[in-house]
Design a protein around this ligand. Structure first.
Ligand SMILES: [Zn+2]
Length: 117
């Protein structure tokens, strides 16, 4: 049996401007670009697993301009998370610190919240 522990690798294609940016980042962090991309994908997948573990019943139902509708599947309830100047507020809980706002914050990048503030 071979002692070779090399993991199998798949080839993926990314846009060249993304690749350039990732290369630059990888160089700054002294990673090779493959390791850097693997780390990013790993973190992304782990984050998603953590989100489903922490809030198994929550899902994003709809994204409008300044409103994100979160649905609690098991309770069949909707929550409007509204974007304000520099914070988000859950209308139903009148809270900036409930599960629904945390759920939205955890997905800020996916929801492109940075472009909405
Ligand atoms: Zn809430």
């Amino acid at each position: 049996m071979s002692q070779d522990n090399k993991e199998e690798k798949s080839a993926i294609c990314v846009r060249s401007e993304l690749y350039e940016e990732l290369m630059k980042e990888a160089e700054e962090k002294l990673y090779n670009v493959n390791e850097h991309i693997e780390n990013i994908i790993d973190r992304h997948l782990n984050r998603n697993k953590m989100i489903s573990k922490m809030w198994p019943g929550l899902q994003i139902a709809m994204v409008e301009k300044n409103n994100i509708v979160v649905i609690n599947i098991s309770e069949r309830k909707f929550f409007d998370v509204k974007l304000h100047e520099n914070f988000i507020l859950c209308e139903q809980d009148k809270s900036a610190g409930c599960d629904h706002t945390a759920f939205v914050w955890m997905q800020a990048e996916d929801l492109q919240l940075d472009s909405k503030f």
